[in-house]
Design a protein around this ligand. Structure first.
Ligand code: ADE
Length: 366
């Protein structure tokens, strides 16, 4: 049964887009972490500066080739039929371009994209307000969709399935349910935790896709494109160096590039070579593989404090003063990806490659 929403609730709904993902209410209080390499950090940057570097069309979007192919076909088919694009769920680690892809889809469809995040949809009227203000075929982007509350989720079910909004008119014994017809629209949901999505919600998406960490060639192309947009004169091997240190994540690549630009500007370098990149990033304690002080602390705690593991997530999080969910969804994915960390049923382990990267004498000798 879909949840019903009273008309009283609706009356004070704002028609504008809700706060952008990651706003005040969007994130749980987490202990501070160096921001430079945190793909989930930097709201002002994401909503403002990052916008200027976002690709606008599918043809400009570098990497995620399978996703682009699938969505390109779906967009062309929907446009050809004069229909709204089917609902899309994008999942994967932060900073890989889920919001960007929602904006690209809207651009390809020739419609507006409304952006919000689940924690901003606390009251029923928040989601109702967004739905009733949608125009035909528009895109509604909900970030962190795994954090939707049950009432909001149940309002979405008939909206997604039948373009219908169920409202309750009146109160108590005189209360009656009324249905409001909505224009066909596309919900693009994004999550770092696909497993936390309820299955009724997951089942209502027609297109589900995981975004992958980017390969070096794609990252270098992204860095070169951003450098052009920022009017930077960057040597090819300097772009490669930024690509190597950005943890497979475009958002981090662009952030590192801006820090390199600062150092170049202050030192009076018009041309940026690899050495300058290495120096600038050393200053920010980003190592040759893109690991920062937090990663080193995690690997060191495992290695020095627990003989390399296995150690449970909660124990590790407590030892680092981190939130376990942040550790699991933000810090660990890249360490797993580069093969420095392993998740086992008994806990986390440092791999031989991780030991070697830290300069563990046992491993170096082995
Ligand atoms: N900037 C950030 N992500 C990008 C991508 N995937 N393609 C091009 N430019 C980007």
């Amino acid at each position: 049964m879909a949840a019903a929403v009273t008309l009283m609730d609706m009356a004070i709904v704002s028609s504008g887009p809700s706060p952008l993902p990651g706003g005040d209410r969007a994130k749980p209080a987490a202990p501070p972490r160096p921001q430079l390499l945190d793909p989930a950090a930097g709201e002002a940057e994401r909503s403002g500066r990052e916008d200027s570097l976002r690709p606008r069309r599918l043809a400009d979007y570098i990497g995620q080739s399978e996703l682009k192919q699938v969505l390109g076909i779906a967009v062309a088919a929907a446009r050809g039929r004069g229909e709204a694009l089917d609902h899309v769920l994008l999942y994967g680690p932060p900073g890989l371009g889920k919001t960007t892809m929602a904006l690209v889809l809207a651009e390809e469809l020739g419609v507006r994209c409304r952006i919000t995040s689940a924690p901003a949809l606390e009251r029923p009227r928040d989601i109702v307000g967004l739905l009733v203000n949608l125009q035909a075929h528009e895109v509604l982007f909900i970030d962190e969709i795994h954090r939707l509350n049950r009432v909001a989720e149940e309002i979405l079910y008939p909206a997604m399935e039948d373009c219908r909004l169920d409202l309750t008119v009146g109160k108590g014994t005189t209360a009656r349910t009324r249905s409001l017809e909505l224009p066909p629209f596309t919900l693009v949901g994004a999550t770092t935790r696909a497993g936390s999505l309820s299955s009724p919600l997951r089942d209502r998406f027609g297109l589900l896709h995981r975004l992958e960490f980017y390969g070096l060639d794609d990252l270098r192309a992204i860095v070169e494109r951003a450098a052009r947009l920022l009017l930077m004169d960057l040597a090819p091997d300097a772009a490669q160096e930024v690509a190597r240190r950005c943890r497979g994540t475009p958002r981090i690549a662009n952030r590192l590039l801006r820090r390199v630009r600062d150092v170049a500007a202050v030192r009076g370098h018009d041309f940026i070579d690899r050495q300058l990149v290495a120096e600038a990033l050393r200053l920010h304690r980003v190592d040759s593989m893109g690991l920062d002080a937090s990663d080193h602390r995690l690997l060191r705690l495992l290695l020095d404090g627990h003989g390399g593991g296995p150690v449970g997530l909660e124990t590790l999080a407590a030892g680092l003063g981190e939130d376990p969910a942040t550790l699991e969804t933000v810090v660990e994915p890249f360490l797993l990806q580069v093969g420095f960390l392993q998740r086992t049923p008994r806990g986390r382990l440092v791999t031989p490659a991780g030991r070697a990267h830290l300069g563990d004498p046992k491993q170096v000798a082995a």
